[in-house]
Ligand binder design. Structure first.
Ligand code: CP3
Length: 355
């Protein structure tokens, strides 16, 4: 499949917003827009395992396109998961119904790092199926909307690799930060190098924006964030941009999402990211002040989508008034919930477009 002769892009609102240029209407997409709230996704999942879909480019492409066929979204995001990187490093991860991702043998201490594949090129090679899915999807989108690629951030991936699944405290992973600083940096460094190569190859394959998910920022504090997250987030953005430039490939806008990291927000203004995604607990006006150089993305409470049409429109209107219509990409403050009525999603998108 050719990763050069893609169909011309018909809707570049999200790219304009990323560059700070005016738009005719606010661009909108939703985290987890391809997922269980769609009956067609649930049907497909009856036949196929979660990671089987990720690893089969035709399936990943089909699932990526499902929400684009149904709704007037201004961007698509490739169907995959952040945990494909730990898999590429040699860890087994299963998606267990009702439980979420589960690692068969989580990392116990930094001696376990010897068992991992830490070579960035080998990590990126292993994930060829993602690049193939991206190239196929870019063609199948026929230029309708841009395609977003993504990766998990190093700290979030490290915490999954140690906790072995979901955890409210992340205490096993945080124990490493307090008791094994050297081992922690060794793992974070290896993840960072692998992620840079992985995201670079996603752009080569056709991704038109990139998002980095630091979903577990909220269990850190300013001190831990500055030591174990911020330098790696910054290194990923500067590394990907430098690699693209060195290979004469046009740069793409990069989005960073440090969920629940209130202490993190002001520091993100000094990173090379173009866009900062905000969770729903953040105040748009305060964030505008803290992030004068960035386009902002977010941040409706995913639960606000349960509201009546009238209430939802009031909430969305107030959000847009606070963010303003330029340097802004509308989204939720986190992924959409599986029990959401797709009709409410349509209300939301249509209302945003009418503003
Ligand atoms: O946004 C999209 O539509 C693209 C696809 C996407 C998925 N996961 C599909 C998915 C993206 C961007 C992700 C990222 C991801 N995965 C994150 C970062 C975003 C965030 O939520 O903070 C994280 C932490 C993961 C790890 C992960 N994958 C968890 C915790 C879970 C279980 C949570 C749940 O909702 O059950 C998953 C599973 C997952 N990833 C599903 C989907 C559609 C549902 C699984 C299923 O179909 O059984």
């Amino acid at each position: 499949m050719d990763s050069k002769n893609f169909p011309a892009l018909k809707n570049d609102r999200i790219l304009k917003a990323a560059r700070g240029e005016p738009v005719d209407r606010v661009p909108v997409w939703i985290m987890r827009q391809a997922g269980r709230y769609l009956p067609e996704f649930r049907e497909f999942r009856k036949e196929h395992e979660f990671f089987e879909i990720c690893q089969t480019p035709e399936y990943a492409c089909e699932i990526t396109l499902q929400p684009i066929r149904r709704f007037d979204y201004d961007a698509s995001i490739i169907f995959s998961d952040i945990l494909v990187i730990p898999q590429a490093m040699g860890m087994e991860v299963k998606m267990e119904p009702g439980k979420g991702p589960t690692f068969t043998s989580p990392l116990i201490d930094s001696k376990d790092l010897d068992k991992l594949n830490m070579d960035p090129i080998a990590i990126a090679d292993y994930l060829k199926y993602v690049y193939d899915a991206i190239t196929l999807t870019r063609h199948k989108l026929e230029g309708k909307v841009p395609l977003i690629g993504f990766a998990g951030a190093p700290w979030t991936l490290m915490s999954y690799m140690i906790e072995g699944g979901g955890s409210t405290t992340q205490s096993k992973a945080k124990k490493w930060l307090y008791t094994d600083v050297e081992g922690s940096h060794k793992l974070l460094d290896a993840l960072t190098e692998g992620i840079v190569e992985y995201l670079y190859r996603q752009v080569v394959a056709g991704a038109q924006l990139l998002q980095v998910f630091e979903s577990h920022a909220g269990v850190l504090n300013e001190y831990l964030f500055k030591q174990f997250s911020l330098p790696y987030l910054a290194k990923i953005a500067s590394g990907v941009k430098a690699k693209l430039e060195a290979n004469s490939i046009s740069s793409v806008p990069m989005i960073v999402f440090a969920k629940d990291g209130h202490f993190a927000i002001p520091f993100l203004n000094d990173t090379p990211y173009d866009i900062v995604s905000l969770d729903w607990t953040q105040d748009p006006l305060k964030c505008r002040e803290m992030l004068p150089d960035k386009t902002l993305q977010g941040n409706l409470d995913p639960c606000a989508l349960y509201s009546s049409k009238e209430d939802l429109e009031k909430l969305a209107k107030s959000m847009i008034e606070k963010f303003g219509k330029t340097k802004y990409i509308c989204n939720l403050g986190h992924g959409i919930y599986p029990d959401m009525d797709p009709e409410h999603v349509k209300w939301f998108i249509d209302f945003i477009h009418s503003c």
